[in-house]
Write a protein that binds this ligand. Sequence first.
Ligand SMILES: C[S@@+](CC[C@H](N)C(=O)[O-])C[C@H]1O[C@@H](n2cnc3c(N)ncnc32)[C@H](O)[C@@H]1O
Length: 181
Amino acid sequence: MTTFGSAQSAGYDRRATRLLGSLYRRIAADIDTATAQGATVVDIGTGPGKLLSTLATRRPDLRLHGIDLSPHMIEIAHRNLDGHPAELAVADVGDLPHPDATIDFAVSSLSMHEWPDLGAATRELHRILRPGGTLTIYDFRFARTAAIQQALRTHFGTVDTETVRLPWHPVAVITRYRATA
Ligand SMILES: C[S@@+](CC[C@H](N)C(=O)[O-])C[C@H]1O[C@@H](n2cnc3c(N)ncnc32)[C@H](O)[C@@H]1O
């Protein structure tokens, strides 16, 4: 399994800042609508933490967590969070550090297409969510669609799949998968 190295992580941080703001704002708006005051949210494959910092500004009441396979990404995420409280850890989605049934909302953006074992990942995501908790996965349209739907059906029962159109983007390139624990 390859992980984002130091230069690759810094390069991704720069590109994400320039190009992905509308995606992070859209996801933060979805989470805002779907979460109660003080809810616990984890961002899986948080990378440079841009979604978490967008969310921290919009909803300072949320208890934020983020994990990523790359220690370089986690270091950058700490910097980008700029003092906003968040629990960040180096971890694999297939072996999460969170105790059972402790998370209200799990989210992931543009990371699922890199996960080596979708079965192990979705089993872990189901384990850490409270009963009734929500998982949303945003990734490139057509990236492993059938495989992630199958894995989510196995561990969550059903999955809702929706194409996401971002403002100013002429083509819808993102799919959102949503499941309830
Ligand atoms: C393209 S970046 C997306 C980062 C961020 N979510 C975003 O939307 O900007 C993909 C991230 O997923 C992480 N990743 C890949 N495989 C992973 C795994 N098995 N467990 C945890 N994180 C993983 C990578 O290290 C990388 O930071």
